[in-house]
Design a protein around this ligand. Sequence first.
Ligand code: FAD
Length: 420
Amino acid sequence: NAYLEHQEKVYSYAQKEREDRQEIESGKVFDYLVVGAGLYGAVFANEACKAGKTAVVIDKRDHIGGNVYTSRRDNIDVHEYGAHIFHTSDKKVWEYVNQYAEFNHYINSPVARYKDELYNLPFNMNTFSKMWGLYTPEQVQAKIEEQRAEYIAQKKKERGLAPEEAFVPQNLEEQAISLAGTDIYEKLIREYTQKQWGRPCTELPAFIIRRLPLRFTYDNNYFNDRYQGIPIGGYTQMVEKLLSGVPVMTGIDYRTFAKKYAGKYRKVIYTGPIDEYFDYRLGHLQYRTVRFETEELDMPNFQGNAVVNYTGSEAPWTRIIEHKWFEFGKDLEGNDLPKTIISREYSTEWQPGMEPYYPVNDEANMKLYEQYKKLAEKEPGVLFGGRLGTYRYYNMDQVILQAWEMAEKELKTRILVGSV
Ligand code: FAD
């Protein structure tokens, strides 16, 4: 059944691609060319169609979905660009996405592995009681306070500060220990952060960790949001639904499309990198990126959890994702899956030509972005959006809100969803 369904989908998708191409190549002039078939582009195009406008969506990758793209391998939905967990406290966003996908009840509860010790994340009573053999919040708070106070006193002495003078952390190490104490820092923060940023914590600015949420309850749910889950059958299906009725062309870059189909659209919604649009004329914006090493294993269960963070330096990767656990290890018909697929994630410095993932929103990069933004505001007929177009990290729900904002302004429409 699953095979036939898959074949049917491949067939209908190929047919849609053919029809889309015919439509694009016909004499039709579209109201919008949406560059990027990620969540932002798909939501905007969807709203444009609902508002009676026409849109064509293109992407330089050979698939839709942008970074939320999932591919089905061995009946497992593989998150090809990193684990994506949908979470939001916005009821309207939740109802909106539920129109396009059925979500399961997945709750993100990562585990941290430090050498051969395992700890629950986020930092909560399960983590603390494993670390110190303590049971009550009061005991744990006292323990953390004792470690913080000892460290801060020592640092003040080193800096020649009087006990009543304020201690201002000068780097990420000082910030983390003064918030969470030495044990948590050494086992769960130090080496993990160093792997993420490629530099020791003593050379990283304190502001990277503004707060360190410590939970004094036995609660392993990583997110505080009201709604959470994974679209059953993957994210690609959800984006497909958002784009049904919208012609799409993948595997084509904006410049190539613009040359080939000049005059076939009135306005551009651009969700690619803003600096690339302007041919990097003011310089490159910087990103951190992640390299994924994905492996199929002939075993049913590799690590027993979707997300395991490796917080020690003995492993060069930051995390291992075991994709099947996002859907409870079952196929779409509820059968157990005999195999598994894992991805090791390596955090690396971004170089031109690599996938840009996390914008480095430090002072120098933000200054450069502001200059590009000024150029963008003067660019006739082009509007910039999405995480690359505005050089900001957005969660999926935030990107949807951003696309709605653009749609409401540009299409003079109001986003209406179910009860909200
Ligand atoms: P994208 O998805 O990047 O889409 C932009 C598209 O534009 C791309 O497909 C690109 O190929 C295309 N493009 C770029 N330039 C051109 C061009 N010149 N011509 C044609 N096409 C072009 N959010 C959550 O809520 N939960 C999570 O758990 C989560 N995990 C994440 C994990 C990782 C590793 C990363 C990097 C992000 C994660 N996010 C998560 C954030 C989420 O991925 C983004 O919010 C969302 O994908 C942004 O959508 P977008 O449309 O703005 O960008």
